[in-house]
Design a protein around this ligand. Sequence first.
Ligand code: BEZ
Length: 268
Amino acid sequence: MVNLGESSENGDGGEAAGQRWSAEGYARNARFVADLGMPVVELLAPRLGERVLDLGCGDGSLSVRIAALGPEVLGTDASPELLGAARGRGLQTVLADAHALPFEREFDAIFSNAALHWMLEPEKVIAGVARALVPGGRFVGEMGGFANVATIATALRAGLQREGVDGMAIHPWYFPTPQEYGGLLRAGGFSVTSIELIPRPTPLPTGMEGWLETFAAPFLAHVPGERHADLLDHAVALMRPSLCDRAGNWVADYVRLRFSATLDPATG
Ligand code: BEZ
């Protein structure tokens, strides 16, 4: 039976629908997110003297690794709890909705890892990033790309269907193709230096149970709490043949969209 964690309640405070973040649960079940983010930091190539915004910085574990390379880093996120953990690491933070970023020509670069797929109106996010950057500034990031966690999401939708809820109507995440996101960046005034989909099957240190504890809340929010355990058990049974090996090791079917773009000097 799948255990239900503290993140499965309805969200508030401007966080993504149904998602409520627990810094402790995130550290336990999703530490790999920051650990696997270093190639994106390398793509950013931060420099001493630069000012960098980490958009969707979460608990700041990757932001402090960027800061260690020289730039001044500000972290922003919609979760007060995760920002509290980020400040605990010594990071400067601002609580903000990424769809309405409150910055004007302040940053040499904006970085984002594993956060943009929670932001369901990407045009607004890109417009705010463009306003926040100096002309020629860099926007470098990685997010879930097209077909990311397709097996997991399909199993959760099937679980909802079984509960009489239209699972096909639930889209808590935005996983674009390179063509789509590249088009949005160009329309927002950026030149795209690189953009690619990277399939990255990702071992889950705390199994599928841990992943669901931290990330399934947007689906669970549509059924009463007493049905959550059954729904999750059914979903896990559906995923198991595809995502769990014979030794019991779970792998999430992650696909990353990684990009680097530069704000056209005339934009703004
Ligand atoms: C991701 O990093 O790809 C991801 C994390 C949680 C939910 C969905 C996607």
